[in-house]
Design a protein around this ligand. Sequence first.
Ligand code: AMP
Length: 535
Amino acid sequence: MSDRRVLGIDLGTTNTCVAHVRNKVPKVVPSDKGRLVLPSVVGLSERGSLVVGNVAKEQMVTRPQATIYGHKRFIGRPFNSPYVRHLAQKVSYEIVEGKDAQVAVRLGDRVMELPEVSSLLLDHIRIVADQFLGGPAEDTVISVPAYYNDNQRAAVKRSGELAGLKVRRIINEPTAAALAYGFNRGFNQKILVFDLGGGTFDVSVLEVEGNVFQVVATGGDTFLGGVDFDERIIDYVLEEFKREHRIDLSNDLVVLQRIRNAAETAKMDLSLLSNVVITLPYVTDRKGRPIDLRLPLSRSDLDGLTKDLVDRAFLICDKVLASKGLSPHDMDEIILVGGQTRMPLVQTRIQEHFGRPARKGVHPEECVALGAALLADSLDQIDAVTLIDVLGMPIGIAAPGGRFKKVIDRNVTVPYEKSLGLPKSSSEDGVVELDIFQGDSDKIIDNEYLGSVRFPRGVERVTFRLDEEGILQLSVVEPGGARRNVNLATQTTPPSLKLALEEEMERQRLAAESSGSEQPREGLFASIRRVLGRG
Ligand code: AMP
Protein backbone atom coordinates (compact mmCIF):
# COMPACT_ATOMS: atom_id res chain seq x y z
CA MET A 1 0.00 0.00 0.00
CA SER A 2 1.34 3.35 -0.93
CA ASP A 3 0.28 6.42 0.94
CA ARG A 4 3.05 8.76 -0.09
CA ARG A 5 1.77 12.02 -1.50
CA VAL A 6 3.25 12.27 -4.98
CA LEU A 7 2.39 14.19 -8.11
CA GLY A 8 3.02 13.65 -11.80
CA ILE A 9 2.57 16.74 -13.93
CA ASP A 10 2.18 16.94 -17.69
CA LEU A 11 2.90 20.57 -18.41
CA GLY A 12 1.40 20.57 -21.89
CA THR A 13 1.54 23.14 -24.68
CA THR A 14 -2.21 23.51 -24.58
CA ASN A 15 -3.29 21.92 -21.32
CA THR A 16 -1.72 20.91 -18.07
CA CYS A 17 -2.75 17.74 -16.34
CA VAL A 18 -1.80 16.48 -12.89
CA ALA A 19 -2.07 13.00 -11.42
CA HIS A 20 -1.44 11.29 -8.08
CA VAL A 21 -1.17 7.65 -7.03
CA ARG A 22 -3.26 5.79 -4.51
CA ASN A 23 -2.76 2.08 -3.85
CA LYS A 24 -0.44 1.89 -6.86
CA VAL A 25 -3.17 3.19 -9.16
CA PRO A 26 -2.51 6.57 -10.82
CA LYS A 27 -5.47 8.94 -11.10
CA VAL A 28 -5.92 12.44 -12.42
CA VAL A 29 -6.41 15.14 -9.78
CA PRO A 30 -9.49 17.13 -10.69
CA SER A 31 -8.74 20.84 -10.90
CA ASP A 32 -11.02 23.50 -9.47
CA LYS A 33 -14.53 23.57 -10.94
CA GLY A 34 -14.19 19.83 -11.56
CA ARG A 35 -12.31 20.11 -14.85
CA LEU A 36 -9.59 17.55 -15.19
CA VAL A 37 -7.21 19.65 -17.23
CA LEU A 38 -6.09 23.23 -16.87
CA PRO A 39 -5.47 25.30 -20.00
CA SER A 40 -1.76 26.24 -20.04
CA VAL A 41 -2.59 29.92 -20.32
CA VAL A 42 -1.50 32.87 -18.17
CA GLY A 43 -2.83 36.39 -18.59
CA LEU A 44 -2.94 39.86 -17.19
CA SER A 45 -6.54 40.85 -16.54
CA GLU A 46 -7.98 44.25 -17.35
CA ARG A 47 -7.72 45.09 -13.66
CA GLY A 48 -4.02 44.30 -13.71
CA SER A 49 -4.02 40.97 -11.89
CA LEU A 50 -2.42 37.75 -13.07
CA VAL A 51 -4.88 35.06 -14.06
CA VAL A 52 -4.26 31.42 -15.03
CA GLY A 53 -6.05 28.47 -16.62
CA ASN A 54 -9.63 28.82 -17.74
CA VAL A 55 -9.95 32.44 -16.61
CA ALA A 56 -6.91 33.35 -18.68
CA LYS A 57 -8.13 31.36 -21.68
CA GLU A 58 -11.44 33.20 -21.58
CA GLN A 59 -9.73 36.58 -22.03
CA MET A 60 -7.77 35.42 -25.09
CA VAL A 61 -10.34 36.95 -27.42
CA THR A 62 -10.51 40.33 -25.76
CA ARG A 63 -6.90 40.68 -24.60
CA PRO A 64 -4.75 38.77 -27.13
CA GLN A 65 -1.62 40.79 -26.34
CA ALA A 66 -1.93 40.21 -22.60
CA THR A 67 -2.55 36.47 -22.75
CA ILE A 68 0.34 34.04 -22.91
CA TYR A 69 -0.42 30.64 -24.49
CA GLY A 70 1.86 27.97 -25.94
CA HIS A 71 4.82 29.31 -23.94
CA LYS A 72 6.10 25.74 -23.66
CA ARG A 73 7.42 26.10 -27.19
CA PHE A 74 9.67 28.98 -26.08
CA ILE A 75 10.81 27.97 -22.60
CA GLY A 76 14.54 27.48 -22.06
CA ARG A 77 15.42 28.72 -25.54
CA PRO A 78 17.80 31.56 -26.37
CA PHE A 79 16.09 34.71 -27.64
CA ASN A 80 18.22 34.54 -30.78
CA SER A 81 17.28 30.98 -31.64
CA PRO A 82 16.03 30.46 -35.22
CA TYR A 83 13.08 28.57 -33.78
CA VAL A 84 12.15 31.55 -31.62
CA ARG A 85 12.57 33.95 -34.54
CA HIS A 86 10.15 31.84 -36.55
CA LEU A 87 7.56 31.30 -33.85
CA ALA A 88 7.59 34.84 -32.43
CA GLN A 89 5.89 36.04 -35.62
CA LYS A 90 2.97 33.72 -35.02
CA VAL A 91 1.89 34.64 -31.51
CA SER A 92 -0.19 37.61 -30.44
CA TYR A 93 1.93 38.50 -27.40
CA GLU A 94 5.35 40.11 -27.44
CA ILE A 95 8.54 38.08 -27.20
CA VAL A 96 11.50 39.95 -25.71
CA GLU A 97 15.02 39.17 -24.54
CA GLY A 98 15.20 38.25 -20.87
CA LYS A 99 17.96 37.35 -18.42
CA ASP A 100 20.97 35.35 -19.71
CA ALA A 101 19.93 35.97 -23.33
CA GLN A 102 16.84 33.77 -22.86
CA VAL A 103 13.36 34.33 -24.23
CA ALA A 104 10.96 36.30 -22.06
CA VAL A 105 7.50 37.74 -22.68
CA ARG A 106 6.00 41.15 -22.12
CA LEU A 107 2.87 41.13 -20.02
CA GLY A 108 1.52 44.64 -19.53
CA ASP A 109 4.47 46.75 -18.43
CA ARG A 110 6.46 43.86 -17.01
CA VAL A 111 8.86 41.43 -18.60
CA MET A 112 8.37 37.87 -17.43
CA GLU A 113 10.85 35.03 -17.69
CA LEU A 114 9.21 31.86 -18.98
CA PRO A 115 9.95 29.71 -15.92
CA GLU A 116 7.93 32.34 -14.03
CA VAL A 117 5.03 31.91 -16.45
CA SER A 118 5.11 28.14 -15.97
CA SER A 119 5.45 28.52 -12.24
CA LEU A 120 2.18 30.45 -12.08
CA LEU A 121 0.42 27.45 -13.61
CA LEU A 122 2.29 25.01 -11.41
CA ASP A 123 1.54 27.07 -8.31
CA HIS A 124 -2.17 26.93 -9.12
CA ILE A 125 -1.90 23.18 -9.60
CA ARG A 126 0.05 22.77 -6.38
CA ILE A 127 -2.67 24.53 -4.39
CA VAL A 128 -5.46 22.43 -5.93
CA ALA A 129 -3.44 19.21 -5.49
CA ASP A 130 -2.43 19.98 -1.88
CA GLN A 131 -6.06 20.41 -1.01
CA PHE A 132 -7.02 17.24 -2.78
CA LEU A 133 -4.20 15.16 -1.25
CA GLY A 134 -4.66 16.66 2.20
CA GLY A 135 -1.14 18.07 2.38
CA PRO A 136 1.84 19.04 0.26
CA ALA A 137 3.26 16.49 -2.18
CA GLU A 138 6.51 14.93 -1.07
CA ASP A 139 7.80 14.24 -4.56
CA THR A 140 6.89 15.56 -7.97
CA VAL A 141 7.86 14.37 -11.43
CA ILE A 142 7.28 16.71 -14.39
CA SER A 143 7.26 15.51 -17.98
CA VAL A 144 8.95 17.22 -20.93
CA PRO A 145 9.12 16.46 -24.66
CA ALA A 146 11.83 13.93 -25.53
CA TYR A 147 13.69 16.45 -27.71
CA TYR A 148 13.99 19.06 -24.92
CA ASN A 149 17.59 20.09 -24.43
CA ASP A 150 19.41 20.80 -21.20
CA ASN A 151 18.38 24.40 -20.86
CA GLN A 152 14.75 23.52 -21.41
CA ARG A 153 14.84 20.72 -18.83
CA ALA A 154 16.57 22.98 -16.35
CA ALA A 155 13.98 25.73 -17.00
CA VAL A 156 11.11 23.32 -16.30
CA LYS A 157 12.77 22.14 -13.09
CA ARG A 158 13.18 25.75 -12.04
CA SER A 159 9.50 26.45 -12.78
CA GLY A 160 8.52 23.67 -10.39
CA GLU A 161 10.83 24.91 -7.71
CA LEU A 162 9.58 28.49 -8.08
CA ALA A 163 6.09 27.09 -7.50
CA GLY A 164 7.21 25.41 -4.28
CA LEU A 165 7.22 21.85 -5.66
CA LYS A 166 9.91 19.32 -4.86
CA VAL A 167 10.80 18.23 -8.39
CA ARG A 168 12.63 14.92 -8.03
CA ARG A 169 12.80 13.97 -11.68
CA ILE A 170 12.05 15.11 -15.19
CA ILE A 171 10.62 12.35 -17.41
CA ASN A 172 10.26 12.30 -21.17
CA GLU A 173 6.63 12.41 -22.24
CA PRO A 174 6.68 9.28 -24.44
CA THR A 175 8.37 7.33 -21.67
CA ALA A 176 5.69 8.50 -19.25
CA ALA A 177 2.96 7.43 -21.69
CA ALA A 178 4.61 4.01 -22.04
CA LEU A 179 4.78 3.69 -18.26
CA ALA A 180 1.07 4.48 -17.93
CA TYR A 181 0.38 1.75 -20.46
CA GLY A 182 2.76 -0.96 -19.34
CA PHE A 183 3.60 -0.51 -15.65
CA ASN A 184 3.28 -3.79 -13.71
CA ARG A 185 1.65 -5.57 -16.65
CA GLY A 186 4.55 -7.92 -17.37
CA PHE A 187 4.66 -7.10 -21.08
CA ASN A 188 7.41 -8.01 -23.47
CA GLN A 189 6.66 -5.78 -26.43
CA LYS A 190 7.86 -3.20 -28.89
CA ILE A 191 5.58 -0.19 -28.77
CA LEU A 192 5.34 3.05 -30.67
CA VAL A 193 4.16 6.20 -28.92
CA PHE A 194 2.52 8.54 -31.44
CA ASP A 195 2.17 11.93 -29.77
CA LEU A 196 0.38 14.62 -31.75
CA GLY A 197 -0.36 17.41 -29.31
CA GLY A 198 -1.20 21.08 -29.63
CA GLY A 199 2.19 22.25 -30.86
CA THR A 200 4.49 19.39 -31.67
CA PHE A 201 4.64 15.88 -33.02
CA ASP A 202 6.81 13.28 -31.28
CA VAL A 203 7.28 9.65 -31.99
CA SER A 204 9.19 7.19 -29.86
CA VAL A 205 9.78 3.48 -30.16
CA LEU A 206 10.19 1.62 -26.88
CA GLU A 207 10.91 -1.90 -25.78
CA VAL A 208 8.94 -2.85 -22.70
CA GLU A 209 10.13 -5.85 -20.75
CA GLY A 210 8.49 -6.19 -17.37
CA ASN A 211 9.12 -2.87 -15.69
CA VAL A 212 12.11 -1.99 -17.84
CA PHE A 213 11.18 0.70 -20.35
CA GLN A 214 13.86 1.26 -22.93
CA VAL A 215 13.55 3.93 -25.58
CA VAL A 216 15.04 2.62 -28.79
CA ALA A 217 14.59 5.62 -31.06
CA THR A 218 12.87 8.95 -31.00
CA GLY A 219 12.15 11.77 -33.41
CA GLY A 220 9.57 14.35 -34.28
CA ASP A 221 8.74 17.74 -35.69
CA THR A 222 8.60 20.76 -33.43
CA PHE A 223 6.43 22.58 -35.98
CA LEU A 224 3.66 20.05 -36.35
CA GLY A 225 0.69 20.00 -34.00
CA GLY A 226 -2.98 20.78 -33.46
CA VAL A 227 -2.45 24.49 -34.05
CA ASP A 228 -1.34 23.76 -37.61
CA PHE A 229 -4.64 21.98 -38.23
CA ASP A 230 -6.43 25.04 -36.80
CA GLU A 231 -4.37 27.34 -39.05
CA ARG A 232 -5.58 25.47 -42.13
CA ILE A 233 -9.20 26.04 -41.10
CA ILE A 234 -8.50 29.69 -40.27
CA ASP A 235 -6.92 30.30 -43.69
CA TYR A 236 -9.87 28.60 -45.36
CA VAL A 237 -12.38 30.70 -43.38
CA LEU A 238 -10.53 33.94 -44.21
CA GLU A 239 -10.35 33.04 -47.90
CA GLU A 240 -13.99 32.08 -48.15
CA PHE A 241 -15.10 35.21 -46.31
CA LYS A 242 -12.97 37.37 -48.61
CA ARG A 243 -14.36 35.63 -51.66
CA GLU A 244 -17.94 36.14 -50.53
CA HIS A 245 -17.76 39.65 -49.02
CA ARG A 246 -14.55 41.07 -50.46
CA ILE A 247 -13.42 41.92 -46.92
CA ASP A 248 -10.10 40.85 -45.43
CA LEU A 249 -10.49 39.96 -41.75
CA SER A 250 -6.88 38.96 -41.23
CA ASN A 251 -5.73 42.25 -39.74
CA ASP A 252 -8.30 42.44 -36.98
CA LEU A 253 -6.65 40.73 -33.98
CA VAL A 254 -9.85 40.31 -32.00
CA VAL A 255 -11.82 38.84 -34.93
CA LEU A 256 -8.86 36.63 -35.76
CA GLN A 257 -8.86 35.26 -32.24
CA ARG A 258 -12.61 34.60 -32.48
CA ILE A 259 -12.02 32.73 -35.74
CA ARG A 260 -9.15 30.80 -34.13
CA ASN A 261 -11.41 29.62 -31.29
CA ALA A 262 -14.22 28.75 -33.70
CA ALA A 263 -11.80 26.85 -35.96
CA GLU A 264 -10.52 24.75 -33.09
CA THR A 265 -14.04 24.02 -31.87
CA ALA A 266 -15.13 23.03 -35.39
CA LYS A 267 -12.10 20.75 -35.71
CA MET A 268 -12.86 19.03 -32.42
CA ASP A 269 -16.56 18.71 -33.21
CA LEU A 270 -15.66 17.09 -36.52
CA SER A 271 -14.00 14.28 -34.60
CA LEU A 272 -17.55 13.25 -33.63
CA LEU A 273 -19.79 14.77 -36.30
CA SER A 274 -19.50 14.66 -40.06
CA ASN A 275 -20.66 18.25 -40.63
CA VAL A 276 -20.53 21.52 -38.70
CA VAL A 277 -21.31 25.14 -39.47
CA ILE A 278 -18.83 27.75 -38.26
CA THR A 279 -20.94 30.68 -37.13
CA LEU A 280 -19.67 33.96 -35.75
CA PRO A 281 -22.11 36.84 -35.46
CA TYR A 282 -21.05 40.38 -36.32
CA VAL A 283 -17.45 39.95 -37.40
CA THR A 284 -17.44 43.23 -39.32
CA ASP A 285 -19.84 45.70 -40.88
CA ARG A 286 -20.52 47.42 -44.19
CA LYS A 287 -21.94 50.91 -44.07
CA GLY A 288 -23.01 50.31 -40.47
CA ARG A 289 -24.75 47.02 -41.25
CA PRO A 290 -23.36 44.02 -39.34
CA ILE A 291 -21.98 41.08 -41.30
CA ASP A 292 -22.01 37.60 -39.77
CA LEU A 293 -19.66 34.77 -40.65
CA ARG A 294 -21.31 31.49 -41.57
CA LEU A 295 -19.44 28.66 -43.20
CA PRO A 296 -20.32 24.96 -43.40
CA LEU A 297 -17.39 22.57 -42.96
CA SER A 298 -17.51 18.81 -43.40
CA ARG A 299 -15.16 16.17 -42.06
CA SER A 300 -13.98 15.43 -45.55
CA ASP A 301 -13.30 19.17 -46.13
CA LEU A 302 -11.15 19.11 -43.01
CA ASP A 303 -9.38 15.95 -44.12
CA GLY A 304 -8.65 17.59 -47.48
CA LEU A 305 -7.27 20.73 -45.82
CA THR A 306 -4.97 18.81 -43.49
CA LYS A 307 -4.08 15.57 -45.25
CA ASP A 308 -0.49 16.64 -45.91
CA LEU A 309 0.03 17.37 -42.19
CA VAL A 310 -1.02 13.83 -41.32
CA ASP A 311 1.20 12.48 -44.13
CA ARG A 312 4.14 14.32 -42.59
CA ALA A 313 3.60 12.61 -39.24
CA PHE A 314 3.71 9.16 -40.84
CA LEU A 315 6.83 9.96 -42.84
CA ILE A 316 8.52 10.86 -39.56
CA CYS A 317 7.38 7.56 -38.00
CA ASP A 318 8.94 5.64 -40.88
CA LYS A 319 12.19 7.58 -40.57
CA VAL A 320 12.43 6.88 -36.84
CA LEU A 321 11.66 3.18 -37.37
CA ALA A 322 14.09 2.89 -40.27
CA SER A 323 16.89 4.40 -38.15
CA LYS A 324 16.78 1.13 -36.18
CA GLY A 325 16.04 -1.15 -39.12
CA LEU A 326 12.39 -1.53 -38.05
CA SER A 327 9.19 -1.39 -40.06
CA PRO A 328 5.67 -0.36 -39.00
CA HIS A 329 4.58 -4.00 -38.80
CA ASP A 330 7.25 -4.76 -36.17
CA MET A 331 5.28 -2.79 -33.58
CA ASP A 332 3.17 -4.76 -31.08
CA GLU A 333 1.14 -1.76 -29.91
CA ILE A 334 0.55 1.85 -30.93
CA ILE A 335 -0.11 4.25 -28.06
CA LEU A 336 -1.75 7.54 -28.94
CA VAL A 337 -0.95 10.67 -26.96
CA GLY A 338 -2.15 14.25 -27.48
CA GLY A 339 -5.59 15.63 -28.23
CA GLN A 340 -5.04 15.85 -31.99
CA THR A 341 -4.87 12.04 -32.22
CA ARG A 342 -8.63 12.04 -31.64
CA MET A 343 -9.07 13.12 -35.25
CA PRO A 344 -10.66 10.21 -37.17
CA LEU A 345 -8.28 10.68 -40.12
CA VAL A 346 -5.30 10.12 -37.79
CA GLN A 347 -6.88 6.96 -36.38
CA THR A 348 -7.75 5.50 -39.79
CA ARG A 349 -4.24 6.18 -41.01
CA ILE A 350 -2.78 4.46 -37.92
CA GLN A 351 -4.77 1.35 -38.77
CA GLU A 352 -3.65 1.48 -42.42
CA HIS A 353 -0.03 2.23 -41.69
CA PHE A 354 0.67 -0.15 -38.82
CA GLY A 355 -1.82 -2.84 -39.73
CA ARG A 356 -3.49 -2.55 -36.33
CA PRO A 357 -5.67 -0.02 -34.53
CA ALA A 358 -4.20 2.10 -31.76
CA ARG A 359 -4.34 0.64 -28.27
CA LYS A 360 -7.66 1.40 -26.62
CA GLY A 361 -7.87 2.33 -22.97
CA VAL A 362 -4.90 4.69 -22.85
CA HIS A 363 -6.28 8.19 -22.44
CA PRO A 364 -4.39 10.50 -24.85
CA GLU A 365 -4.66 13.60 -22.65
CA GLU A 366 -4.08 11.93 -19.30
CA CYS A 367 -1.55 9.15 -19.82
CA VAL A 368 1.55 11.34 -19.63
CA ALA A 369 0.57 12.75 -16.22
CA LEU A 370 -0.40 9.25 -15.05
CA GLY A 371 2.99 7.86 -16.08
CA ALA A 372 4.83 10.75 -14.41
CA ALA A 373 2.88 10.07 -11.20
CA LEU A 374 3.79 6.36 -11.38
CA LEU A 375 7.46 7.29 -11.61
CA ALA A 376 7.12 9.72 -8.67
CA ASP A 377 5.53 6.95 -6.64
CA SER A 378 8.18 4.40 -7.50
CA LEU A 379 11.17 6.62 -6.63
CA ASP A 380 13.06 5.16 -3.66
CA GLN A 381 10.96 1.98 -3.77
CA ILE A 382 12.34 -1.49 -4.18
CA ASP A 383 10.04 -2.55 -7.01
CA ALA A 384 11.03 0.57 -8.93
CA VAL A 385 10.87 0.87 -12.67
CA THR A 386 13.93 1.15 -14.88
CA LEU A 387 13.82 3.81 -17.55
CA ILE A 388 16.44 3.80 -20.26
CA ASP A 389 16.28 6.84 -22.49
CA VAL A 390 18.03 8.18 -25.54
CA LEU A 391 19.25 11.58 -26.66
CA GLY A 392 16.50 13.22 -28.73
CA MET A 393 18.69 15.52 -30.87
CA PRO A 394 22.38 15.56 -31.79
CA ILE A 395 24.76 17.74 -29.77
CA GLY A 396 27.81 19.31 -31.37
CA ILE A 397 30.10 22.29 -31.72
CA ALA A 398 30.48 25.21 -34.09
CA ALA A 399 33.03 24.51 -36.81
CA PRO A 400 34.54 26.92 -39.36
CA GLY A 401 32.17 28.24 -42.01
CA GLY A 402 29.17 28.16 -39.67
CA ARG A 403 29.05 24.38 -39.86
CA PHE A 404 27.75 22.17 -37.08
CA LYS A 405 30.11 19.38 -36.12
CA LYS A 406 28.26 16.56 -34.38
CA VAL A 407 29.82 15.24 -31.18
CA ILE A 408 26.98 13.05 -29.91
CA ASP A 409 24.47 11.45 -32.25
CA ARG A 410 20.71 11.32 -31.88
CA ASN A 411 19.38 8.18 -30.20
CA VAL A 412 22.48 7.26 -28.20
CA THR A 413 21.39 5.60 -24.96
CA VAL A 414 21.94 7.73 -21.87
CA PRO A 415 23.96 7.90 -19.69
CA TYR A 416 26.63 8.40 -22.34
CA GLU A 417 30.12 9.80 -22.51
CA LYS A 418 32.36 10.94 -25.33
CA SER A 419 35.69 12.68 -25.27
CA LEU A 420 36.81 15.20 -27.87
CA GLY A 421 40.27 16.59 -28.68
CA LEU A 422 40.21 20.38 -28.60
CA PRO A 423 41.19 22.30 -31.74
CA LYS A 424 44.41 24.34 -31.65
CA SER A 425 43.97 27.78 -30.18
CA SER A 426 44.31 30.70 -32.53
CA SER A 427 44.55 33.29 -29.76
CA GLU A 428 47.70 34.51 -28.06
CA ASP A 429 46.70 33.44 -24.56
CA GLY A 430 46.16 29.86 -25.77
CA VAL A 431 42.48 29.89 -24.79
CA VAL A 432 40.12 27.73 -26.85
CA GLU A 433 36.44 28.62 -26.95
CA LEU A 434 33.77 26.13 -27.98
CA ASP A 435 30.22 27.14 -28.84
CA ILE A 436 27.88 24.23 -28.29
CA PHE A 437 24.70 23.67 -30.29
CA GLN A 438 21.98 21.05 -30.53
CA GLY A 439 19.88 20.15 -33.54
CA ASP A 440 19.54 18.27 -36.78
CA SER A 441 20.89 20.80 -39.24
CA ASP A 442 24.48 20.87 -40.47
CA LYS A 443 24.43 24.68 -40.06
CA ILE A 444 24.70 26.24 -36.61
CA ILE A 445 22.26 29.04 -37.43
CA ASP A 446 19.46 26.50 -37.77
CA ASN A 447 20.29 24.74 -34.50
CA GLU A 448 19.77 25.68 -30.90
CA TYR A 449 22.61 27.39 -29.05
CA LEU A 450 23.23 25.67 -25.71
CA GLY A 451 26.13 27.75 -24.45
CA SER A 452 29.85 28.37 -24.69
CA VAL A 453 32.83 27.24 -22.74
CA ARG A 454 36.44 28.52 -22.58
CA PHE A 455 39.37 26.23 -21.98
CA PRO A 456 42.67 27.65 -20.71
CA ARG A 457 46.03 26.81 -22.28
CA GLY A 458 47.15 23.26 -21.56
CA VAL A 459 43.74 21.60 -21.66
CA GLU A 460 43.70 19.21 -24.59
CA ARG A 461 40.50 17.21 -24.32
CA VAL A 462 36.94 17.76 -23.16
CA THR A 463 34.47 15.07 -22.16
CA PHE A 464 30.78 15.40 -22.99
CA ARG A 465 28.68 13.43 -20.52
CA LEU A 466 24.92 12.96 -20.60
CA ASP A 467 23.38 11.76 -17.35
CA GLU A 468 20.34 9.46 -17.14
CA GLU A 469 18.02 12.46 -17.50
CA GLY A 470 19.82 13.51 -20.68
CA ILE A 471 21.42 16.55 -19.02
CA LEU A 472 24.80 17.52 -20.48
CA GLN A 473 27.85 18.01 -18.29
CA LEU A 474 31.30 18.86 -19.65
CA SER A 475 34.52 18.02 -17.89
CA VAL A 476 38.24 18.39 -18.60
CA VAL A 477 41.42 16.84 -17.34
CA GLU A 478 43.67 19.65 -16.15
CA PRO A 479 47.38 19.68 -17.00
CA GLY A 480 48.06 18.37 -13.45
CA GLY A 481 45.81 15.37 -14.09
CA ALA A 482 42.77 16.39 -12.01
CA ARG A 483 39.29 16.08 -13.57
CA ARG A 484 37.12 19.19 -13.30
CA ASN A 485 33.56 19.92 -14.39
CA VAL A 486 33.09 23.02 -16.53
CA ASN A 487 29.90 24.99 -16.88
CA LEU A 488 28.35 26.34 -20.04
CA ALA A 489 27.84 30.08 -20.14
CA THR A 490 25.33 31.69 -22.48
CA GLN A 491 25.97 34.82 -24.49
CA THR A 492 23.46 36.77 -26.53
CA THR A 493 25.29 35.98 -29.76
CA PRO A 494 28.47 33.90 -29.51
CA PRO A 495 31.22 34.79 -32.04
CA SER A 496 30.66 31.73 -34.25
CA LEU A 497 26.94 32.44 -34.52
CA LYS A 498 27.51 36.13 -35.21
CA LEU A 499 29.83 35.25 -38.08
CA ALA A 500 27.40 32.68 -39.46
CA LEU A 501 24.50 35.13 -39.25
CA GLU A 502 26.52 37.79 -41.06
CA GLU A 503 27.32 35.33 -43.81
CA GLU A 504 23.67 34.32 -44.05
CA MET A 505 22.62 37.97 -44.29
CA GLU A 506 25.13 38.56 -47.07
CA ARG A 507 23.92 35.45 -48.88
CA GLN A 508 20.32 36.64 -48.66
CA ARG A 509 21.25 40.13 -49.80
CA LEU A 510 22.97 38.72 -52.89
CA ALA A 511 20.04 36.40 -53.57
CA ALA A 512 17.67 39.36 -53.28
CA GLU A 513 19.78 41.44 -55.66
CA SER A 514 19.91 38.73 -58.27
CA SER A 515 16.18 38.04 -58.05
CA GLY A 516 15.38 41.74 -58.20
CA SER A 517 13.31 41.74 -55.01
CA GLU A 518 14.24 44.03 -52.16
CA GLN A 519 14.28 41.68 -49.21
CA PRO A 520 13.43 38.02 -49.46
CA ARG A 521 12.22 36.14 -46.37
CA GLU A 522 11.48 39.49 -44.75
CA GLY A 523 10.91 38.06 -41.28
CA LEU A 524 14.17 36.15 -41.09
CA PHE A 525 16.15 38.95 -42.72
CA ALA A 526 14.80 41.54 -40.31
CA SER A 527 15.39 39.37 -37.30
CA ILE A 528 18.98 38.65 -38.30
CA ARG A 529 19.56 42.40 -38.66
CA ARG A 530 18.06 42.87 -35.20
CA VAL A 531 20.24 40.13 -33.71
CA LEU A 532 23.31 41.76 -35.22
CA GLY A 533 22.23 45.14 -33.87
CA ARG A 534 21.53 46.63 -37.30
CA GLY A 535 17.74 46.57 -37.18
P1 AMP B 1 -2.59 18.41 -26.02
O1 AMP B 1 -1.35 19.22 -26.26
O2 AMP B 1 -2.36 16.99 -25.90
O3 AMP B 1 -3.47 18.97 -24.95
O4 AMP B 1 -3.42 18.51 -27.40
C1 AMP B 1 -4.18 19.61 -27.67
C2 AMP B 1 -4.52 19.62 -29.13
O5 AMP B 1 -5.44 18.58 -29.39
C3 AMP B 1 -5.19 20.91 -29.51
O6 AMP B 1 -4.68 21.36 -30.76
C4 AMP B 1 -6.64 20.51 -29.66
O7 AMP B 1 -7.30 21.30 -30.61
C5 AMP B 1 -6.55 19.09 -30.13
N1 AMP B 1 -7.77 18.32 -29.80
C6 AMP B 1 -8.32 18.15 -28.58
N2 AMP B 1 -9.44 17.41 -28.68
C7 AMP B 1 -9.58 17.11 -30.00
C8 AMP B 1 -10.55 16.37 -30.74
N3 AMP B 1 -11.61 15.81 -30.15
N4 AMP B 1 -10.37 16.25 -32.08
C9 AMP B 1 -9.31 16.83 -32.69
N5 AMP B 1 -8.39 17.53 -32.04
C10 AMP B 1 -8.51 17.67 -30.71
